[in-house]
Design a protein around this ligand. Structure first.
Ligand code: GLC
Length: 545
C-alpha cells in the first residue's frame, strides 16, 4: 500500500453522509422534505469550521420523478427531479452550493428496475412486438399458467406479475410496480449509460448504485435452489427468503457491465462509483475489478450484522482487510435507510457512541446515515401509519419506516422538519434529542461526531494510515493502531458493560486526545490504564507499539 497521502482521492480521504431527502427538511410545507431543505442545511454539514459536522460528501437517496411506490426507488424518469422535491434548477443550485463549501455530491442511481410508469415500460408492455419490449424481462407462463420460475420478491410474494393484455409475465424482485430492466439488450444498456452522463455533465461527483449486483440474471432464468438454513418463522409470503440467490444475482457477467459503467465515470475524471452489494467476501471483493476497473467503493455492510462483541468486530475487519487486493480501498457502513437505527440495533446510546468511534477510526471511507449523529433511535410507527411496502407486505417488524422518521432539528412542534404533519411521525424524543440542543451540549452525540470528524480530518494516521490490530488480554476490547511513517494513533474500544483494565505491552506513554465520553484528554501509561463501560479512546502515541 502506498503511503503517499497526497495521492489520496477525495472519496478515500473523505466521509460520506447519506441524506434521505423525504425526511431531511421540508421547505414547501407539504410534510415531505425537498432539495431546498438540503441546501438550507449545508452549513450544518460543513461550513469549513469545527462548529459544523464536517462531512466531505453527501449521498442523496432518489429524488427522481416517481409514483413513490418504493419512495423514489421506482423511477419514472432518470433525468429529472420530482416536483415534490424541486426541479433541475434547484438541483443545480444544490450542487453549486455544496461545491462552494467543498462538499461533493453523490446521487442514487437505480439501474435494476424502473417504475411501471416509466415511458420505457409503458412502451414495453404495449405490445409483444414493440421495439422496447425487450428492454424489460418478459416470459411466457409455464404450461399450467404459473410464473416462469420460483423466484420471490424481496418485498414478499412472487417476483413475477402476469400482464393480461400481452399474456406474458414480467420480472420484479421488489414491488410489482418496479419492473426489472434487461441489461442484455444493447439499446437499453446504451440508454442507461446515457442517464449517467446526464448527471455527470451537471457536475455530480459520483453515484451510489442501487442493488447493482442484481442487474443481470442467469440467461436461462433457472429456479433458485431452496435455502436449507432459511428461518422457519419467515412470513408465508416471503418466498425469496426461502431460496438461495444463485441465479438472480451476482452473475459473472455483471462485471463486464460495471466496467462499462466505470468507463463512463472515467470520461469525466475522478468520479466515484459506490455499489450496494451483498454476498460472501471472495465474491464481494471482485466488484473492485481485477484491474481496479470497477467500483471504487463496493459498500461493506458487514459490521452492521455483527453481534455486539469486540472479537466479532475485529474478525470482520481483519477478514475484510485480508481479502482486499493492494489497490482496493476499504469502506464501512453502520446505518442506512433500509436498516434499523444503529442506536437501537447495538443496544443503546453508549454503544452507539462507541460504534461512532469505530466507524470513524477504521481504515477506509466511512458512510454515515443522517440522524445517526444525534443518536436517533428507531421511530415508533403505529400500524396504520406504515408507509414502507416491505412493512406492509412482510409485517410491521420489517418496516423500514423506523429509520426514516423526520430529522430532528429543534424542539418545535414537528421538530423543525416541517410546519405541517410529516409523512412519517416525528420520534417521541425530539424535544430532548435535536440538533439545536445537541449543538449546545459539549458532551452530546453530535459533539462526539463533530470532534471525531474534525480530528480525523487533520490526523493523517486516521484518514490515510495503515491498520494494525493489537492483541490484548482485556476481554471484549478491540484495539488497533492506525499509523503512517510519521504519526501513530492507538484506538482502544471497550465493548463491555463493565470497566476494563487494559495493558499494551511495551513501555510507551500516550495522550488520550478523544474519549467517547468527551470528558478526558490526558497522558496515560500504556502498561496499565482503565476504560469505563463502553468507553472508547483515541491515544496519540509517543513511542513504538
Ligand atoms: C435498495 C434500496 C432500497 C430499495 C431497493 C429497491 O435496497 O436501498 O431502499 O427499496 O433497493 O430499489
Amino acid at each position: 500500500m502506498t503511503n503517499d497521502l497526497s495521492a489520496l482521492h477525495w472519496w478515500q480521504r473523505g466521509v460520506v453522509y447519506q441524506i434521505y431527502p423525504r425526511s431531511f427538511q421540508d421547505t414547501t410545507q407539504n410534510g415531505v422534505g425537498d432539495l431546498a431543505g438540503i441546501i438550507a442545511h449545508l452549513d450544518y454539514l460543513n461550513d469549513g469550521t469545527s462548529a459544523s459536522l464536517g462531512v466531505d460528501a453527501i449521498w442523496l437517496s432518489p429524488f427522481y420523478p416517481s409514483p413513490m411506490k418504493d419512495f423514489g426507488y421506482d423511477v419514472a424518469d432518470y433525468c429529472d427531479v420530482d416536483p415534490l422535491f424541486g426541479d433541475l434548477a434547484t438541483f443545480d443550485r444544490l450542487v453549486a452550493e455544496a461545491h462552494r463549501r467543498g462538499i461533493k455530491v453523490i446521487i442514487d442511481w437505480v439501474p435494476n428496475h424502473t417504475s411501471d410508469q416509466h415511458p420505457w415500460f409503458i412502451a414495453s408492455r404495449s405490445s409483444r412486438d414493440h421495439s422496447q419490449r425487450d428492454w424489460y424481462i418478459w416470459r411466457d407462463p409455464q404450461p399450467d399458467g404459473s410464473p416462469p420460475n420460483n423466484w420471490g420478491s424481496f418485498f414478499g410474494g412472487p417476483a413475477w406479475t402476469l400482464d393480461p393484455a400481452t399474456g406474458q409475465y414480467y420480472l420484479h424482485q421488489f414491488v410489482k410496480e418496479q419492473p426489472e430492466l434487461n441489461w442484455r439488450n444493447p439499446a437499453l444498456r446504451a440508454a442507461m449509460l446515457d442517464t449517467l452522463r446526464f448527471w455527470l455533465k451537471r457536475g455530480i461527483d459520483g453515484f451510489r448504485m442501487d442493488v447493482i449486483g442484481l442487474i443481470i440474471k442467469d440467461q436461462d432464468l433457472r429456479d433458485n435452489p431452496p435455502n436449507p438454513e432459511a428461518d422457519p418463522n419467515l412470513p408465508p409470503n416471503d418466498l425469496q427468503g426461502r431460496l438461495l440467490h444463485v441465479y438472480n444475482m451476482d452473475q459473472d457477467e455483471v462485471h463486464d457491465i460495471i466496467r462499462e459503467i466505470r468507463g463512463v465515470l472515467n470520461e469525466f475524471g475522478d468520479r466515484c462509483g459506490i455499489g450496494e452489494l451483498w454476498g460472501p467476501l471472495p465474491r464481494w471483493v471482485r466488484y473492485y475489478g481485477e484491474q481496479s476497473d470497477e467500483l471504487q467503493l463496493p459498500f461493506n455492510f458487514r459490521l452492521m450484522y455483527e453481534p455486539w462483541r469486540a472479537e466479532a468486530m475485529r474478525q470482520s475487519v481483519d477478514e475484510m482487510e485480508a481479502a482486499l487486493p493492494d489497490f482496493a480501498w476499504p469502506n464501512y457502513v453502520l446505518g442506512n435507510h433500509d436498516q434499523p437505527r444503529l442506536a437501537s440495533r447495538f443496544g443503546g446510546q453508549a454503544q452507539a457512541r462507541l460504534a461512532a468511534m469505530l466507524l470513524l477510526t477504521l481504515r477506509g471511507t466511512p458512510t454515515l446515515y443522517c440522524g445517526d449523529e444525534l443518536g436517533l433511535e428507531n421511530g415508533i410507527i403505529p400500524p396504520e401509519k406504515i408507509q414502507d411496502p416491505q412493512g406492509k407486505n412482510l409485517g410491521a417488524a420489517r418496516t423500514r419506516d423506523v429509520t426514516r422518521t423526520p430529522m430532528q432539528w429543534d424542539d418545535s412542534r414537528y421538530a423543525g422538519f416541517s410546519m405541517v404533519e410529516p409523512w412519517l411521525p416525528v420520534s417521541t424524543d425530539f424535544a430532548t434529542r435535536n440538533v439545536a440542543q445537541q449543538l449546545q451540549d459539549p458532551t452530546s452525540p453530535l459533539s462526539l461526531y463533530r470532534r471525531l470528524l474534525w480530528y480525523r480530518h487533520q490526523q493523517p494516521a486516521l484518514y490515510g494510515g495503515r491498520y494494525r490490530p493489537i492483541d490484548v488480554e482485556a476481554d471484549n476490547c478491540f484495539v488497533y493502531v492506525r499509523e503512517t511513517d510519521d504519526a501513530r494513533c492507538l484506538i482502544v474500544l471497550n465493548f463491555a458493560a463493565e470497566a476494563r483494565q487494559v495493558t499494551i505491552h511495551g513501555e510507551d506513554n500516550g495522550t488520550i486526545v478523544l474519549s467517547t465520553h468527551l470528558d478526558r484528554e490526558e497522558r496515560v501509561t500504556l502498561t496499565s490504564f482503565t476504560l469505563r463501560p463502553y468507553e472508547g479512546v483515541i491515544i496519540e502515541l509517543e513511542g513504538r507499539v
